[in-house]
Design a binder for this molecule. Structure first.
Ligand code: ATP
Length: 267
């Protein structure tokens, strides 16, 4: 635990973005038993950007992520998605409004084919019922989206395989394809490389970069600064539950308050 006092470190308010915010938090906070885990976070996510949320161990990154996706109910403040207040909405309701989160391999229909898994997600977002499988038609928009998503994640050649047969790594890719097939307003990723060996990191980082390059707005929580340099348009730094800085990577890296917050941690 760092002995640095958060209030000494907090810089000026995060400047309003020039682009249209796709997601915005105002005074967002979360407390448990009177202990504040996340305090007063004002964050704008711009259309099409890659925003990385970093911070040392215990900074509140995962808690912030859970607040954004709806797993936790904030004890103060609000969250907007495309201008609508979603603070009280469940994760499923937020998902329907275009907030996707990924690396939840458990949500796969393992008995269905890879393509069917993605097609159902695309169809659900297009307004069809995910329960009515129907026939796969060539002109079907859901199929088009599914195939494009599988192409993006590198699973196009596995489309007809049963999802259960995929390796764990490929199930993660399938899960990402499901997330992007719905063409989300924003894709939230919580430490997507956690638990991976060094050899597995470059392809995953490359894949996330490709998803961003196709126009998807991404918010990625990550402990390691080195993994997000080269990907992130802006970096938000959490420390002791507060937002310490939010700016372009060069500015954040040069910020002495950020350097101090990471004292003893690799930047
Ligand atoms: N439900 C909870 N009840 C009590 N304390 C909590 C709860 N959730 C998180 N905390 C504490 O709040 C702090 C922030 O936790 P959080 O997991 O959000 O940090 P983090 O930045 O994601 O850390 P890491 O990089 O280690 O995963 C930690 O000290 C954690 O122990």
């Amino acid at each position: 635990m760092s002995s640095v006092d958060t209030h000494d470190l907090r810089g000026p308010a995060v400047p309003a973005p020039a682009g249209r915010p796709v997601m915005r938090t105002s005074g967002l906070g979360f407390a448990v038993g009177g202990v504040r885990i996340v305090s007063d976070v004002d964050l704008d996510v711009r259309q099409g950007e890659f925003l990385a949320v970093i911070g040392p161990n215990g900074a509140g990154k995962t808690t912030l992520f859970n607040l954004l996706t709806g797993l936790y109910r904030p004890t103060s403040g609000s969250i907007e998605l495309a201008g609508d207040d979603v603070t009280r909405l469940t994760p499923a309701q937020r998902a329907r409004r275009g907030m996707a989160r990924s690396f939840q391999v458990t949500s796969l229909f393992t008995h269905l084919s890879v393509l069917e898994n993605v097609r159902l997600a695309a169809r659900a977002h297009l307004g069809g019922s995910a329960r009515l499988l129907g026939r796969i038609g060539r002109g079907d928009e859901a199929v088009r989206r599914a195939e494009e998503a599988l192409e993006t994640v590198g699973l196009a050649d596995r489309a007809t395989e049963t999802a259960a047969n995929l390796s764990h790594g490929n199930k993660r890719k399938l899960d990402l394809a499901i997330a992007i097939a719905g063409e989300p307003r924003v894709l939230l990723l919580d430490e997507p490389t956690a638990g991976m060996g060094a050899d597995d990191l470059p392809p995953v980082i490359d894949l996330i970069g490709r998803i961003h390059a196709r126009g998807t707005t991404i918010v990625m929580v990550e402990h390691r600064m080195d993994l997000i340099l080269g990907l992130a348009d802006r970096i938000a730094v959490m420390h002791h539950g507060s937002l310490l800085a939010c700016d372009e990577p060069d500015t954040v890296m040069a910020d002495p308050t950020v350097q101090t917050a990471y004292l003893g941690e690799p930047l």
